[in-house]
Design a protein around this ligand. Structure first.
Ligand code: FES
Ligand SMILES: [Fe+2]
Length: 366
């Protein structure tokens, strides 16, 4: 299985990356080091010194440049080597590391692992409910030992609430609710609706439903490549006027660590107009969701991955159910995008773009 390289992925939450300590993360099977330069901008470089391949993330940031911990070569945020403490100080032309385009928005640092020349023209996906000026936001992260598409399947099919999360998120009524899915060739939407549902206390509390009251719940999931999901939950007490509907928005960002492991970032936002209640609710919701995600979804995803091993998903002839429509749509879209993805992402060290005088050692991609 290949990855989609020409796409924006979340590399880290903004708060994880500082100007003081380089931060290491494996992304799409490549070691990447993240830090902030003198201007505070996020920098992402290959986490492998071109001299003897020491991890640069074990080094330190000196005047906005990254110093290798082994023999002291220093690299600018362009990836170009700018200082050699040895001999006459001459800098070999091959002394550079690949720099990845980055952007910072929605409380996250985004990385473009594909052809850098294509990055500028591609906007980030919209997650307006995470703009910190207008929303209180809360974040959670889990490293999951399973392929990212299994996580996408999980989020695109919330029928599992009743079976995997019976005491926190699910209900019989939801499992029997109506289900619709659609796509436009690039995005996928799945909507599950339930009426007169007796919500679990965690959900009822979060949406202001009085204890013992029944409620109507809608779960709208939007999937966008390469694994960026928005979940909108709409809840109101059954028979209450529509204007009493409460809405919860969450983002779920899946970034492959390897073929069989995934960085799962999730984030919630509530309007600042809600005042203190909004701030508290965001935090309690993150903590409340972390428990089922960590204790129920994650072990299931990892068990699925162990059962699949290195086999191809389709070659295993998975049985299809009506609940799979959204997940299948997303898998088909990803397969098409990966097939047409122009930038071969070289795993061969000699093939990586290096930050040497602005020229690649060898071209990658078209
Ligand atoms: S390994 Fe980095 S300078 Fe030697
Ligand atoms: Fe789940």
């Amino acid at each position: 299985m290949a990855f989609l390289y020409n796409a924006w992925y979340v590399a880290a939450f903004s708060k994880e990356v500082t100007a003081q300590s380089p931060f290491s993360r494996m992304l799409l099977d490549r070691p990447v080091v993240l830090y902030r330069d003198g201007s505070g901008a996020a920098v992402a470089l290959d986490d492998r010194c071109p001299h003897r391949f020491a991890p640069l993330s074990r080094g330190r940031v000196v005047d906005g440049a990254l110093e290798c911990p082994y023999h002291g070569l220093r690299f600018a945020s362009t990836g170009k080597c700018i200082f050699n403490p040895h001999g006459d100080g001459r800098i070999p032309s091959a002394a550079g590391v690949r720099r990845y385009p980055t952007r910072e928005r929605y409380g996250a640092i985004w990385i473009w692992p594909g052809n850098p020349e294509l990055a500028d023209a591609v906007p980030l996906r919209e997650f307006g409910f995470l703009e910190p000026e207008q929303y209180f936001t809360g974040e959670g992260y889990l490293l999951t030992g399973a392929n990212y598409q299994l996580s996408a399947d999980n989020l695109l099919d919330l029928s599992h609430f009743q079976y995997l999360h019976p005491n926190t998120l699910g209900s019989d009524t939801l499992a029997r609710g109506t289900l619709q899915s659609s796509d436009d060739g690039e995005k996928v939407w799945v909507c599950r609706q339930a009426s007169a549902e007796l919500l679990q206390p965690f959900v009822a509390q979060g949406f202001g439903v009085s204890p013992g009251k029944r409620a109507d719940r809608e779960l709208h999931v939007r999937w966008e490549p390469p694994g960026l999901l928005t979940v909108m939950v709409r809840v109101r007490e059954t028979d209450a006027p529509p204007e009493t509907t409460r809405v919860g928005m969450s983002a779920h960002w899946l970034t492959p660590e390897t073929e069989s492991s995934t960085h799962y970032f999730f984030a919630l936002g509530l309007p600042r107009e809600m005042g203190e209640e909004g701030r508290t609710l965001v935090q309690s919701s993150v903590e409340g969701l972390m428990a089922p995600f960590r204790d129920e979804d994650l072990p299931m995803l990892e068990a699925q991955q162990r059962a699949i091993g290195t086999r191809d998903f389709w070659a295993m002839a998975p049985v299809m159910l009506s609940i799979d429509a959204g997940a299948i749509r997303s898998r088909r879209i990803m397969e098409r995008l990966i097939a047409s993805d122009g930038a071969a992402f070289d795993t061969d060290l000699s093939g990586v773009l290096r930050g040497v005088a602005g020229r690649p050692d060898r071209e990658v991609g078209p």
